[in-house]
Design a protein around this ligand. Structure first.
Ligand code: MLT
Length: 264
């Protein structure tokens, strides 16, 4: 953990070589990337970052916009003197990665949107966010626990006891302010569909066939808009492919990194 401009930022830094940055989703922390970090840090330098309010990172306001979170990420990567990297964002982390691409595109060698989308919230989804914010204020624990079960494909749940317990611990330790600030930020996020054709690096969309949070149906069309877009469809995963289909996810990410960085 380091303190930059008076803010604590939680992160991990392991391995050597070309750099892959992992950004977690909502309401998670960098801990979710531990298995992939272990698998990939023999070949790459892996940075995992706690987004504001999550894990060891402090809140930076009452609305955590995707832009403000992207600035938080950039501040840390600059501090580590990193200039060029691939960013892989899970869901909300993917929204942050897109905001990063809009602001600091020249630093990217590639982008992985893991169960994420370049589309902004539809009006009904914004109304759902307001309901979610009210629910968090009433009973944070009940809200997050109910949400976490929906992240996995129902048939995978019996095998997911450990990840689910881990996620409950993370969410249980996250403050209501951080959860509300992230929901507010996701609600007002920019639509980046029009940016996709401008991206001059490869983009990988990893989608779960059984994902009820980010349905895989619109993802193929988004990949087609990219100059170098591709989709990895995880047949047996919901919204948590790195836990539900770890081997296929790792293989897909490795292949994509070779494309971004050259053979390894
Ligand atoms: C996430 O998994 O990061 C969030 O559920 C994404 C969202 O709510 O849009």
């Amino acid at each position: 953990m380091i303190e930059l401009f008076g803010r604590k930022i939680g992160y991990s830094d392991s391995g050597k070589g070309r750099v892959l940055v992992f950004l977690h989703g909502f309401p998670e922390s960098r801990v979710i990337w531990e298995p992939l970090t272990k698998a990939l840090s023999g070949s790459y330098r892996i940075i995992t970052i706690d987004l504001p309010g999550f894990g060891d990172s402090e809140c930076i306001g009452y609305v955590h916009s995707m832009d403000a979170m992207a600035d938080h990420v950039k501040m840390l990567l600059d501090e580590l003197s990193l200039r060029k990297y691939v960013i892989c964002g899970h869901s909300m982390g993917g929204y942050v990665a897109l905001a990063f691409a809009a602001r600091f595109r020249n630093h990217l060698s590639g982008l992985i949107l893991f169960h994420s989308t370049a589309a902004a919230d539809a009006p009904e989804k914004r109304t759902d966010r307001d309901r979610a914010i009210a629910a968090v204020k009433a009973d944070k624990r009940a809200f997050v626990f109910q949400l976490l079960e929906r992240l996995f494909a129902p048939e995978n749940l019996p095998l997911m006891t450990e990840p689910l317990e881990q996620l409950k611990r993370i969410a249980g330790n996250t403050s209501p302010q951080a959860i509300v600030a992230a929901l507010e930020g996701m609600k007002i996020r920019t639509d980046y569909i029009a940016m996709l054709p401008e991206l001059e690096f490869p983009v990988l969309f990893i989608a779960g066939k059984k994902d009820v949070i980010i349905p895989c149906t619109s993802i193929q069309a988004q990949a087609k808009k990219c100059r170098e877009g591709e989709v990895l469809l995880l047949e047996n995963a919901g919204h948590m492919g790195f836990f539900e289909s770890p081997v296929t996810s790792e293989k897909g990410i490795r292949g994509f990194l070779r494309k971004c960085f050259g053979k390894k």
